[in-house]
Structures are given as C-alpha cells and as structure tokens.
Write a protein that binds this ligand. Structure first.
Ligand code: S3P
Length: 448
C-alpha cells in the first residue's frame, strides 16, 4: 500500500529493533545440521527469517514455539522425495546458505524464489559447490535451481567476490559432508557463521593475516610492513567438525537500527537502540556516522552467544561529506541506501566506491537510490561501482518508489522526515522483509 509521510519537527526516542536477520537465518538453517536442539531467543518475525525457518521445517526440523523462545530439533536424516521444492521467497541468504547445506547432504532439492530472487546471481555459489562435487542445474545460473548433493571433496577456495553468503555456503557444504574446507577472504565479510559454528560446535579455526616487518630487498638498512599472504583471513573447517547445538540469543539488527540512527543524524535529534548487535564486521555505519560529525555513544556492552551487543545512542551534528570505499564499503554494504540519504542531507559531495554488489541486491540499489534522490532534486551520478551524491541542506518531499526492496523503502521513508513538503512510498509492506513494525517505530520517535 502507498503510505504518506510528512516531515518531522523533531526526532527523539529509545527503541528496540527486531532480531538480527543474518544471525536468525543461520540459527534456523544450521539446525538442519546440528546433533542436538538449538534454542533461539528473539527470533524475528521478519519475512526473510520466517522463510529460512519454514525451509528448515520443510526439510525435517521440528520447530517448537514458546512465548520467549523457539526450540529447533534437527532431523535424524535428510530423506526427501527428489521433487522437493523449497521456496526461498525474497531471501538471497536462505537460497545461498541452503544450497551449501543441500550440496553436502546427498539430498536432491530444487530452490525457487520470487521475481527479485530469480534475477540474483547464483554462479558465485554454483562454481565452488560444483567443484566440491555437487551437481547443480540452473538455467542461466539463476533460480529455480536443482541441487543434487553428494559426498563432497576437501576444498580450498579464495573468494572472488566479498560475500559472507558464499563463504557460508561453502563452510556449510563442508560441515554437511564432513570434509575439510578452507575459505580465504581478501576482504573480511560478516562472520556470524564462523561465530555460531564456534559457539555451538567444534572444529572451526580462523586465522587473521596481519602485516609483518620485513627487510627491504633494495636497502637492507630499511624495513617495511608487508602482508605475508595475499588474503586477509583464512577459515578452516575440519573434516571432523561437529555442530552440537545449544543456545542462540539474537541481538537487535544493526542494519535495521541504522535507519533510526540516520533519522537522528539528518535532523540533529537523538535515537537510542537497546540491545543493538555490535559485531565489528557490521559496525561500519557507526564509524561512518562518527566520521560525518554525529555523536555515537555505546553503553552496557556485553557478548552473548558469541556476538557483541550494547545500547547505542546517536545524536546528530553538523554533517560533513566522507568518502566510502574498500573495506568500509563491505562493513556497511546493506547500509549504502541509508548512507546515500544522509549524503543527500550533507552539504558537499559524497563518493561511494567498491559498491558494485549493490546492483545485484534485492533491487539494483545504485539505480534505485539515484532515481529517488533525483525526485528530491538531488544530483546523484551512478559510477561503475558506486555513487556520487551532491548533498544540500534543503530537500523536497517526493513520491518515492521502493523497487520491491525493503531497504530502499526504509531509506526513503527516513529521507521524507527531513524534506520540505509531504512524500509517499509506493509499497509500505515491503519493510516486513527485515523490519516488521518499522513505521510504528518511526512514528514513536518523531514529533510533528
Ligand atoms: C548477508 C550477507 C550480505 C548482505 C545480506 C546478508 C548474510 O550479502 O548483503 O543482506 O547474512 O550473509 P553478501 O554476502 O552477498 O555480500
């Protein structure tokens, strides 16, 4: 449904956001491979996470629901009719992680998805999983995709794209098949799979490659720092690795919190999010806000189920443009739409680089952001791998399109709060993919 959004006079409040989508996907899907039950606290209602939960259930996981937790009991074995079709809906994480699990499980399953998911690239998982020994049939490397699992071979892989989904698919294939698997990353991506496998099991090791001091071959009086390996991180899953089961307590999703922090940033207001996930592979957005001139305060830090969390308060300040590229882009990859909105409210030009992946998310997010910013009267150039945004202090309200993408809808709902004049969003239900209750939360922190 189309939703009207009027500008807000002020932004202030304390909220909790739904549980982290990435962690919830992993809890649901890993239950397929566990030896004992996985108990999950704060499993979100988000449509994508419910898709993973339904998929696990369809493949044999028993789900018991209590008022404050879910208990996921693994199946004894994977025995399914060969015409089993699992609907992955809008969720790339479900499709890619589940592909790994099926590839290593000697099952035969077809994965399907909605129109957006059918457009997203699967070659990135088809290539490594096929090399491990699975058979995968997918026209044009897109969904629907039939996967025939097998006893896989030990495997070493250096990721050609920075993708936590690809890394996880390979590790889960290795775990399902009981074969040693090594994944190397040139850019460090989110590590929820590694943390959960370590928390709930044994047999996973992580090596971070640090620069070392070496002699300069030309001038032996000099020394310089050099990377001993061409990659930054190596994850090794032993062939004897086990996933025992246990408790997963999910923190609030920092990628949902980001929209409310952004509302504070563009309005000079203050927003606090309780129990916000603070995994360092996900906090690039908070670093960006600090670099822009906002005040970011973190209290009550704790680590629960291997994942850091805390109470995060963001207070807006005078915004300065900051260039975003390289590892920073990876650390806020899902936040680029809302970063672009902040950039639009920042006097000067913001350049975002190394973000070509945004073209193959739930929508082409570079094109979607540029089109919506254009409607607000903002000049936004689409680069090969990013955006160049010329920000201004005063922006006009507009009729925004969500492009069927939850993060585009939420980013421009926030943009509407600071604009002059009313705005509309064409599809307000799409936010349920990752943040059900988004508009109520937004109403709770704004005053007219
Ligand atoms: C995710 C990884 C990221 C991210 C996506 C969730 C995950 O995708 O954009 O929203 O849970 O592993 P890539 O791994 O494809 O970059």
């Amino acid at each position: 449904m189309t939703r009207q959004i009027s500008p807000a006079k002020a932004i202030e409040g304390t909220i909790s956001v739904p549980g982290d989508k990435s962690i919830a996907h992993r809890a649901a899907l890993l239950s397929l491979l566990a030896e004992g039950p996985i108990t999950v606290i704060n499993f979100p209602e988000s449509a994508d996470c419910q898709t993973s939960l339904r998929a696990a259930q369809q493949l044999g996981v028993e789900v018991e629901t209590f008022s404050d937790r879910l208990v996921l009991r693994p199946p004894d074995e994977f025995s399914l009719p060969p015409d089993t079709v699992v609907d992955c809906g809008n969720s790339g994480t479900t499709a890619r992680l589940l592909s790994g699990i099926i590839a290593g499980s000697e099952a035969e399953v077809t994965l399907s998805g909605d129109e957006s998911l059918q457009r997203r690239p699967m070659k990135r998982i088809i290539d490594p999983l096929t090399r491990m020994g699975a058979e995968i049939f997918a026209e044009h490397n897109r969904l629907p995709m039939r996967i025939r699992g097998a006893r896989l071979l030990p495997f070493e892989y250096r990721l050609p794209v920075a993708s936590a989904q690809v890394k996880s698919a390979i590790l889960l294939a290795g775990l399902a098949s009981g074969c040693t698997t090594v994944v190397r990353e040139d850019q460090v991506t989110r590590d929820h799979t590694e943390l959960m496998l370590q928390e709930l099991g044994e047999g996973l090791e992580v090596r971070h490659i640090k620069p070392v001091l070496v002699d300069d071959p030309v001038d032996p009086r000099k020394r310089r720092m050099e990377m001993p390996e061409p990659f930054k991180k190596e994850v090794t899953l032993s062939g004897q690795a086990r996933l025992l089961g246990g408790l997963v307590d999910i923190p609030g999703d920092i990628s949902s919190a980001a929209f409310f922090f952004a509302a504070a940033a563009i309005s000079g207001g203050k927003v606090t999010v309780e129990n916000c996930g603070l995994n360092p592979t996900r906090t690039g957005f908070l670093d960006y806000l600090k670099a822009c001139g906002c005040n970011v305060k973190i209290e009550d830090r704790a680590t629960v189920s291997g994942e850091p969390r805390g109470r995060v308060s963001v207070t807006g300040g005078k915004l300065k443009p900051r260039k975003i590229q390289g590892e920073t882009t990876v650390a806020l990859i899902d936040e680029i739409p809302i970063v672009s909105v902040i950039a639009a409210y920042t006097q000067g030009t913001t350049i975002i680089r190394d973000a070509a992946e945004l073209k193959v998310k739930e929508s082409d997010r570079l094109a979607a952001v540029a089109q919506n910013l254009d409607r607000m009267g903002i000049k936004c150039g689409i680069l090969d791998d990013g955006l160049a945004i010329e920000g201004r202090i005063e922006l006009s309200g507009a009729d925004f399109r969500s492009f069927g993408d939850h993060r585009i809808a939420m980013a421009f709902a926030v943009a509407a709060l600071g604009a002059v004049g009313p705005s509309t969003i064409d599809d307000d239900t799409i936010v349920d993919i990752s943040c059900p209750g988004f508009f109520d939360l937004l109403d709770g922190i704004r005053s007219e």
